[in-house]
Design a protein. Structure first.
Length: 153
């Protein structure tokens, strides 16, 4: 099973809308093999709460123009990590700090990355290995999200 053509279309629209509002490290994963509730995760970063909200507004507007209505929204009030669920795709817009801490790319890095067209520098890099680690990135000693740091004995 792979992402539906409709999900792939909405993915490109959402990514372009995010890039128009200067989101960065935009990446999309085909999660259809692992989840039955959606086909694609789109992940984008923004440098502050206001920009997170601007990216979210742009994504919602563009997807509505393409006939997609949001099924569920989470996190809009805080503006740090906003999740937009469109059933076919789920869009995550995260503040840079939250993106780094929760590292969704590491969790979903074994899923195929979806090429995003026309984003230029806004496009993120897909993890290079099935473990979700980017090339050249040393993750030894980096705790997984939620794990407390271990004190040296």
């Amino acid at each position: 099973m792979t992402a539906s053509p409709r999900a792939l279309e909405l993915t490109q629209v959402a990514a372009a809308a995010a890039a128009d509002k200067l989101a960065h490290e935009i990446i999309a994963f085909d999660v259809s093999e692992h989840l039955v509730i959606t086909d694609v995760f789109v992940i984008a970063s923004a440098s502050n709460d206001r920009q997170v909200r601007a990216v979210v507004d742009a994504v919602q507007e563009k997807l509505l123009e393409h006939g997609a209505k949001v099924v569920r929204r989470e996190g809009e009030r805080e503006g740090r990590w906003v999740l937009l669920d469109y059933a076919d795709i789920v869009v995550h817009v995260q503040h840079d700090e939250d993106r780094s801490f929760y590292a969704l790319e590491r969790l979903w890095g074994d899923c195929p990355a979806i090429p995003l067209s026309g984003l230029g520098d806004a496009a993120g890099k897909a993890p290079a290995t099935s473990q979700g680690v980017r090339e050249g990135e040393d993750t030894d000693g980096v705790p997984l999200a939620g794990e407390p740091p271990v004190a040296d004995a």
